[in-house]
Design a protein around this ligand. Structure first.
Ligand code: MG
Ligand code: MG
Length: 277
């Protein structure tokens, strides 16, 4: 991974890119319904980004062939948009990156297509909750291990698995920068967050084992046991207080209100996005 992000990010560009990214996700989750293909969603995303002054950040990145990653069911991340038609009950993860004036933002959301099985709804709720927990740790002076430990505790106490082999990251004038931001770990260890750092926080959570494998297409990351997975991601600016959420998912999630009704018995999911501990 490249060197750590500058501590003097171009905030107007990051904010504008983040806003465009969120607007694009809003359109995508509204369009994602039974019968729609993930390639149609990809075209929609690319058109919206380009017509608003942004550049699709994933397209061509290390050879990735699309604007969005569309990962369904047991696919965790890096799913390739295709002629697959979404069906009722699918959990669709959309991961999207936008480059604006040379500055990158990166965000992801998992939504239900129609009504989800209760277990799957709980998985989505827990992963969203994990992101909220992580946001509460993303402040100057806390460490990557504090964030990882808090996410891991939250996810595992809900009975789900935390993926180890894919992690969050610094972001700025490149898509992936130091530090790595794992969703597991030991409190008190790792890189200290500093005001001015920009990071992408992205818990990836599974219904079953957290072991992953890569599909024959060389891109799609799958759970090894083929259990379902969910992924929520936001790009944030570290400050001395609450992080500035550059790609806040609240308005995206408002478009799909009702699919995230999974209850988490025994977990204080208090865990509404937007609340930062
Ligand atoms: Mg992403
Ligand atoms: Mg990312």
């Amino acid at each position: 991974m490249a060197k750590a992000g500058l501590l003097t990010p171009d905030l107007p560009s990051l904010r504008a890119g983040g806003q465009l990214l969120v607007e694009t996700l809003e359109h995508l989750v509204e369009a994602a319904s039974p019968g729609v293909t993930t390639l149609e969603l990809d075209r929609l995303a690319e058109g919206h980004i380009r017509s608003h002054g942004g550049v699709p950040a994933f397209l061509g990145h290390r050879g990735f062939p699309a604007t969005i990653c569309a990962s369904v069911g047991e696919q965790v991340v890096h799913g390739l948009p295709s002629d697959y038609r979404l069906v009722e009950g699918d959990a669709l993860s959309i991961d999207l990156g936008v480059k604006m004036n040379g500055w990158y933002t990166d965000s992801a959301v998992t939504v239900g297509i129609g009504k989800l099985e209760p277990e799957l709804a709980r998985l989505l709720t827990a992963t969203q909750g994990a992101l909220t927990v992580a946001l509460g740790e993303a402040t100057a002076g806390r460490r990557t291990g504090d964030l990882g430990a808090a996410v891991q505790r939250f996810v595992e106490s809900a009975g789900f698995g935390v993926i180890r082999d894919c992690v969050g990251h610094g972001i700025g004038q490149q898509l992936h920068l130091e530090p790595s931001v794992p969703n597991f770990g030991k409190a008190g260890t790792g890189t200290s967050f500093k005001a001015g750092m920009v990071i992408a926080i992205e818990p990836m959570v599974t219904l079953g084992s957290p072991e992953i494998t890569v599909a024959d297409d060389k891109w799609t990351v799958l759970t090894r046991d083929r259990s379902a997975a969910a992924h929520f991601e936001e790009t944030v600016l570290i400050t001395d207080g609450e992080p500035e959420r550059l790609t806040p998912l609240d308005t995206v999630l408002a478009k799909v209100a009702g699919t995230l009704s999974g209850r988490l018995p025994g977990v204080n999911s208090g865990a509404r996005l937007g609340r930062v501990a």
